[in-house]
Design a protein around this ligand. Sequence first.
Ligand SMILES: Nc1ncnc2c1ncn2[C@@H]1O[C@H](COP(=O)(O)OP(=O)(O)OP(=O)(O)O)[C@@H](O)[C@H]1O
Ligand SMILES: C[C@@](O)(CCO)CC(=O)[O-]
Ligand SMILES: [Mg+2]
Length: 387
Amino acid sequence: MEARARAPGKIILAGEHAVVHGSTAMAAAIDLYTYVSLRFPTPSDNDDTLKLYLKDMDLEFSWPVGKIMEAIPELGSFSASSPTSCSLETTKAIAALVDEQNIPEAKIGLASGISAFLWLYISIHGCKPAKATVNSELPLGSGLGSSAAFCVALSAALLALSDSVKLDFGHQGWQIFGDSELDLVNKWAFEGEKIIHGKPSGIDNTVSTYGNMIKFKSGELTCIKTNMPLKMLITNTKVGRNTKALVAGVSERTARHPTAMAAVFNAVDSISNEMATIIQSPVSDDLAITEKEEKLEELMEMNQGLLQCMGVSHASIETVLRTTLKFKLSSKLTGAGGGGCVLTLLPTLLSGTVVDKVIADLESCGFQCLIAGIGGKGMEVSFSGTS
Ligand SMILES: Nc1ncnc2c1ncn2[C@@H]1O[C@H](COP(=O)(O)OP(=O)(O)OP(=O)(O)O)[C@@H](O)[C@H]1O
Ligand SMILES: C[C@@](O)(CCO)CC(=O)[O-]
Ligand SMILES: [Mg+2]
């Protein structure tokens, strides 16, 4: 039997980085997914390796299970139902197993994702042979939560074939986990994110697991209900960056200027809370929507200014801001910044012709634009084949 899981990416409407330091943030799932399928070999396959196949890049990594057993001294002491952090000793052993795979230099960023895979796999299934296949609709390392979607889909596929969750294997199509199983997926995915990000707040894995639009502060989520049609243009600057380094940079700035940065984080907290209040309040007519959109635009601009204070903007992001401002549209970076993706609010009454012109202008700078559905589904699983 094969388990297949999918988990969405996300946009952060307000509060990235500050959320790592305890401020409120707002995020929404988007309808672009990472897929992970997992299969155990049958005895006739005579296969005793653990394989990870990254389909989009056509890269396969593989480890004889005997080698994993030798390398990981703590193996056997993990439990699928109690997520734990990877110890320093196991982190080193996993790094050595990843090192041996000779990842192409241009793809070296994958090393942290592969380490997260090994940690989640051995924690949940020990050293049983298996093949995991991954593909994604999300750009990697661009601020749309590819690392969290990867960790959530992986945790879900691993748990789906473990004794820790009870599922209907005969059900056709996508199904969702019960609440306690979703919590378990979210906790494991957070452990994977720690390996990739260093110090994640948990917002990305949380919104990818549960979907919808959420307000998030210090590990606690509140689901946001809205009847406001929110349309965001996402522009990918295609400037590569790494969330771990950007998060560490903000922490270093905070250590240098603790009082000033506390004021910045406090301002971001107010912006996220005000945004949540506006989005949640009922809308009656076009005039009310326009008023709300104008307030949201102002809050996005204020948040972008504070992200600049944190040192996570980038020349490419500034180019997107200038380009959209020519059309009186407001934008902010989304995710970790340093390049990656930018959000632009598209007001309800904005004509299609203007949207086409903004997109043409942005694409003429070499950027890539997309409009994703927001606030949709969280992670889901499906099964194929017989047990
Ligand atoms: N589909 C995937 N397959 C393998 N590794 C992945 C995949 N998706 C993400 N990763 C891992 O996550 C890393 C990117 O994570 P990073 O947190 O830097 O960016 P992001 O999650 O896309 O953006 P943000 O955290 O700002 O939302 C990749 O370099 C890789 O190690
Ligand atoms: C930059 C950050 O705030 C969001 C990345 O999508 C990091 C985090 O919250 O873990
Ligand atoms: Mg990430």
